[in-house]
Each structure stands twice: as structure tokens, then as C-alpha cells.
Design a protein around this ligand. Structure first.
Ligand code: HEM
Length: 221
């Protein structure tokens, strides 16, 4: 279900005072994602003319802390990410994706933005508690909030009706995801479930956000 908290709109301009500049201390359920990750055994089910294709893939993900962002009174903390996927057989890109994961501490809103170089963007959202063991965000085609926007070709040939990602954190520090992207392929009458899944292991620590680095330098200098 798309979250729809009611916002007090009396003053949409004034930004919150006393914002903690340390993003890594304010990421709520996203904290464990910060840093660099790798996995060798992802599984992708994608649409092909001759029927569904199942491919095993190698995935690298970089999540880096961004400075706190304010939309007037709405305060967001987050991570900028880049996913790069290749396969065992080929080093060329199999999937590339950039965006942000965002957390609004005041409401428990979690958002993921997705941009993929097929000419497609998504804003997915959900709710989570700061210590959640699982995060689920969803987007559907149509609404102007938390939607999916594609090229005309994709609209006609691979209409993307919904997107959902479930992230599960494991006690050993690794985490898994499952994405379900529903595509209506031209000429077919039932949607295709484009599904990806993987379990990521840490290969690099998180760096502090730019503002935190500047403030730390000022303090030590
Ligand atoms: C791990 C993540 C993903 C991988 C490895 C992956 C991989 C693929 C592959 C191999 C194809 C078939 C492409 C072709 O034959 O040209 C495909 C099709 C497609 N994917 Fe994904 N995908 C991923 C995630 C996503 C996500 C998150 C979205 C959108 C929210 C998405 C949207 C699409 C669409 C619309 C198509 C059909 C377009 C086309 O074939 O030209 N994919 N994907």
C-alpha cells in the first residue's frame, strides 16, 4: 500500500532547525545498506521472444551517504546508490541502475528512486520502523505519486505495471533482495513477472557524508 501521511501545510517553506549533519547516524532502517557490496549468484528472470530467460549474475552495489535534504519542513536522510551487474560469461553490463534510498525519520517513510538506462524511472515507497528487519517499497504505473514513468516504446512494448522490492537483513550483516517487476509484453494477455534476487556481502565500509567530513575537518583544524 502506498503511504499517504497527512502533512501540515500551514508553512511549506520553513526548514527544520538543529538538523543533525551526520547522515550515517540518521538512516533508520537503511543504516545497514551503507557501504559497498558484492554478490556472485544473483538470479534474473527476464522476458525474451522465445519465452522467459533465467540468468545467473554478478552484482556490485555502492551506497554512499548524502547530506541531509529538506523539502521545506520535510527532512530526509539517504544514500545514493549505483548497481552494476555483469554475468559469468560476459563482462559487459547486464543491468545498470542509479538512484537514492531515502528515509523520513518523522513519519517512517522509506523511498527508493530508480533510473535505468532503458528510459525508465520509478519512485517507490513504503513504511518501516528504524530497526526493521525487512523493508518493502512499491510503485505502480498510473498515479503521479510513487509511480513508474517509461519511454513510449516501453509503454507500448513492455508496459511496466508495478514494481516491488523486499529487502531482508540477515544477522551476519549480509542482506538479500527480491524485486518483482510486472511487465505486460506486447501481444500477450497475461503479465510477465520479471524477477530478480540476490544476497549481498560487504566489500567496503560506508564513508561519512560530505557535510560531516567538512565539519570534522573544521573541528580538527
Ligand atoms: C537485478 C536487476 C535487473 C536485471 C539483472 C535485469 C535484467 C533484464 C534483462 C536481461 C532484460 C531483457 C533485456 C533484453 O532482452 O534486452 C530485462 C528486461 C526489462 N527490464 Fe530488467 N532487470 C533488472 C531490474 C529491472 C527493474 C528494477 C526494472 C524496472 C523497474 C526493469 C525493467 C525492465 C523492462 C521494462 C524490461 C523489458 C524491456 C526490454 O526488454 O527492452 N528491470 N531486464
Amino acid at each position: 500500500m502506498t503511504p499517504s501521511p497527512m502533512y501540515a501545510l500551514a508553512d511549506v517553506f520553513t526548514e527544520p532547525g538543529n538538523v543533525d549533519p551526520e547522515t550515517l547516524n540518521n538512516l533508520g532502517p537503511l543504516r545497514q545498506l551503507a557501504g559497498r557490496w558484492r554478490a556472485r549468484k544473483g538470479v534474473d528472470l527476464n522476458p525474451k521472444a522465445e519465452g522467459p530467460e533465467r540468468r545467473v549474475f554478478i552484482e556490485n552495489i555502492d551506497f554512499q551517504a548524502i547530506d541531509p535534504q529538506a523539502n521545506g519542513p520535510q527532512l530526509l536522510y539517504g544514500l545514493r546508490y549505483h548497481i552494476h551487474i555483469t554475468t559469468e560469461e560476459e563482462d559487459i553490463t547486464f543491468h545498470d541502475q542509479v538512484g537514492y534510498w531515502l528515509w523520513e525519520p518523522a513519519t517512517g517513510l522509506v523511498m527508493q528512486t530508480i533510473a535505468i538506462p532503458r528510459g525508465q524511472v520509478v519512485l517507490a515507497a513504503g513504511q518501516a520502523s528504524p530497526d526493521a528487519g525487512e523493508i518493502v517499497v512499491t510503485a505502480t504505473r498510473g498515479p503521479t505519486e510513487y509511480g513508474i514513468c517509461s519511454t513510449t516504446f516501453l509503454e507500448q512494448a513492455f508496459r511496466t505495471d508495478s514494481y516491488k522490492i523486499t529487502i531482508t537483513f540477515h544477522p551476519d550483516g549480509s542482506w538479500s533482495y527480491v524485486t518483482d517487476t510486472e511487465l505486460l509484453v506486447h501481444g500477450r494477455d497475461t503479465p510477465f513477472a520479471h524477477q530478480d534476487r540476490n544476497t549481498l556481502h560487504r566489500v567496503g565500509e560506508a564513508k561519512p557524508n560530505p557535510l560531516a567530513v567538512i565539519l570534522a575537518k573544521r573541528k580538527s583544524g
